[in-house]
Ligand binder design. Sequence first.
Ligand SMILES: [Zn+2]
Length: 190
Amino acid sequence: MDECRHRTQLEDDTIAITFDDGYKDNYTHAYPILKKYHAPFTIFVSTGYIDTTNMLTKEEIAAMHKDKITFGGHTVTHKVLSGLNREAATSEISGSKSALEQILKENVKYFAYPYGKKGRDFTNETMQIVKECGFTAAFSTKNGCIDSNSNYFALNRIGIRNVPLFVFKSRLSGIFENKFITLLRVILGL
Ligand SMILES: [Zn+2]
């Protein structure tokens, strides 16, 4: 992110791996594999669910953080932020930041919007609140790549679900993100 922001030259095909919500399998399954391949990643945590069933514990978060895994905010209770008034949205956004900072003992810079579609799940006002809460960038779930011209408070990602390996590979290649394919997907509702 910082490389992108500061317009440092990135290698072609640079990717960042992110997970949302803070499920325990990020620790039990993803972490060992990504560690084996020296692939850094970021987890956006809904902090109200830390230490509950199937979710990460404080200890697991702290252990991964020691191993250079990045953590970001994802609200406290995973509400649709566009449906909240300013005060409630601020408390959800800043609450996740401060809860993580208490565990990590360092500044939390990144945020991901629950559900993540701009205009539906978050608005320009939400983006403003995220900025005011002290985050430096925030991620949507809009499909696409990012570059130095991207809006840092509504960054695209490429959502990967349980798909065959060849689909996974082609999605990572970015070929689905060109304008024609994006338009086709909108038309076909995919
Ligand atoms: Zn989520």
